[in-house]
Ligand binder design. Sequence first.
Ligand code: SF4
Length: 124
Amino acid sequence: METRELTCIGCPMGCQITVELDKGEVVSVTGNTCARGDIYARKEVTNPTRIVTSTIIIKNGDKPRVSCKTANDIPKGKIFEVMKDIDAAVAEAPVKIGDVLVKDVAGTGVDVIATRNIAKMSDV
Ligand code: SF4
């Protein structure tokens, strides 16, 4: 029997959750205050994923960088590769919230999208 201790990231309460596994199968989840914690814990020990947030360089924009995030969860083990692709990316202003800045980032099938508007330098 294996025991994993987790801190739930579902809300600011940050419940301490204990998951017991037997040969990779979840046997019990305790310490969660709500059902979201149970779902999070089961996923975290079997298939951990994350939304990645960062910034991307903007050319000809009224700001030097635009904030961005992955449009969906990506596998936790791919975070390093995703960050490498985001660091290498350069977008051209103007940019609108929701615009795709990196398609299929690190081969995850997930796009990186803008989370703020950036105007063109000459439009300011
Ligand atoms: S278990 Fe529920 S209440 Fe506790 S941190 Fe997670 S989401 Fe919040």
